[in-house]
Design a protein around this ligand. Structure first.
Ligand SMILES: Cc1cc2nc3c(=O)[nH]c(=O)nc-3n(C[C@H](O)[C@H](O)[C@H](O)COP(=O)(O)OP(=O)(O)OC[C@H]3O[C@@H](n4cnc5c(N)ncnc54)[C@H](O)[C@@H]3O)c2cc1C
Length: 341
């Protein structure tokens, strides 16, 4: 069923009350095949532009969407093969990400535990190569199947085809808006390789009194840290980190360091330095800022929030002011991580 002029408020974690001209949910390929043939009534053969929606946790609607929003609810988790070291698990694009993590941990399949509690669905996870606590999905990715909206054909993408980078993939760049991701297959380890070096995982494991490491305890530590640090979208609208951590040259970092000795940088393999966007924003005085219902979270400057009735345009305007002030103070350009519609 195709609905008209539907509010998207409950379909995006920012809680922005934008509307979709047309809206429908699909749960299988037959429904998707039918929906992509939809022609706008009262026009001759006009096909509205399509926007695929998952959990809506990485989107900011700055205006109404004058096209067709298709919400992917293809479900199912399946163990498709295994060898001595690995299992290959295929999940429908509409499966909730954390639900898959819990499923894998329950079966003692290792590799995803550091990615616990990331909001959203499987289909969006390769879009921006989601990551947290030292792991990205590229580390557990095997392949995905996607439907080409023009050719109406299924295409398989392996790790190399996806061109994963820091919160990047081919689907965000040269193949933007061309494919609907239908399912993703992950390769998980039968034998755990623990990764606790990142962030506060080790301290949290200590607080928890963990004597023997397991993927379950790491997952719980990550859940505890995330719950204490990040605002729950069910309480305050947000889309997690609004900006990416910027990368600058080593020379630029050295120059900044003389003026701002507390600045922390992480040297990358290419010699550049990655900075903490949250720290830069905080130094510009934005942490806890609020204008109307749009704000910068009081505990986590990287997260922009909607306290209730902010419009997407107001949040976007705030993000522009933040970008400008960071540029002015540090000469560093911030890039938005959230998809702007
Ligand atoms: C509190 C909070 C914490 C977060 N923490 C993290 C974190 O630690 N790490 C991290 O990486 N992200 C994080 N995020 C961002 C977000 O959870 C991820 O980007 C997630 O993958 C988005 O999934 P989604 O289903 O909600 O995608 P949506 O917001 O619905 O869509 C995101 C993009 O993907 C496209 N898309 C969605 N599904 C498909 C599909 N099946 N086929 C093709 N295109 C599709 C959409 O068109 C859009 O461009 C956080 C968000 C919140 C609210």
């Amino acid at each position: 069923m195709v609905e008209e002029n539907i509010s998207l408020k409950k379909y995006n974690t920012f809680g922005i009350d934008a509307t979709a001209r047309y809206f429908s949910i699909f749960t299988n390929m037959d429904e998707l095949n039918e929906l992509v043939e939809f022609k706008q009534p009262s026009t001759i053969n006009h096909q509205p532009s399509i926007l695929i929606l998952g959990g809506g946790s990485n989107m900011l609607f700055t205006k109404n969407f004058d096209g067709f929003v298709l919400k992917n609810e293809i479900h199912g988790i399946e163990l498709i093969k295994e060898d001595e070291q690995h299992v290959y698990v295929k999940a429908g694009a509409g499966v909730n990400w954390h639900q898959l993590v819990v499923h894998c941990i329950g079966n003692n399949w290792a590799g995803m535990e550091n990615l616990s509690l990331i909001p959203g669905n499987i289909g969006a996870s390769p879009m921006q190569n989601i990551g947290a606590y030292g792991i990205e999905i590229k580390d557990v990715f095997h392949e995905l199947e996607a439907f080409h909206l023009e050719d109406k054909k299924m295409v398989t993408f392996n790790l190399k085809d996806c061109e994963f980078g820091y919160r990047e993939s081919v689907f965000k760049r040269k193949l933007k808006s061309q494919f609907v991701i239908i399912n993703v297959t992950f390769r998980l380890n039968k034998k755990s390789k623990f990764n606790t070096s990142y962030g506060a995982i080790e301290q949290e494991l200590e607080v928890m009194g963990v004597k023997e490491l397991t993927i379950q305890s790491i997952s719980q530590a990550v859940i505890n840290i995330r719950s204490s640090k990040l605002p729950d979208p069910a309480v305050i609208g947000n889309a997690g980190s609004f900006f990416k951590n910027p990368e600058i040259s080593f020379d630029h970092f050295e120059t900044l360091k003389t003026e701002f000795p507390a600045m922390v940088g992480y040297t990358l393999r290419n010699g550049n330095v990655k900075l903490a966007a949250g720290w830069l924003i905080e130094q510009c005085g934005w942490k806890g800022y609020r204008k109307g219902d749009a704000g910068c979270h009081a505990k986590q400057a990287l997260v922009l929030v909607n306290y209730g009735n902010a419009s997407g345009a107001e949040i976007y305007a705030l993000s522009t002011s933040i970008i400008n002030s960071v540029q002015e103070k540090f000469g560093v350009g911030l890039e938005r991580e959230v998809n702007i519609i």
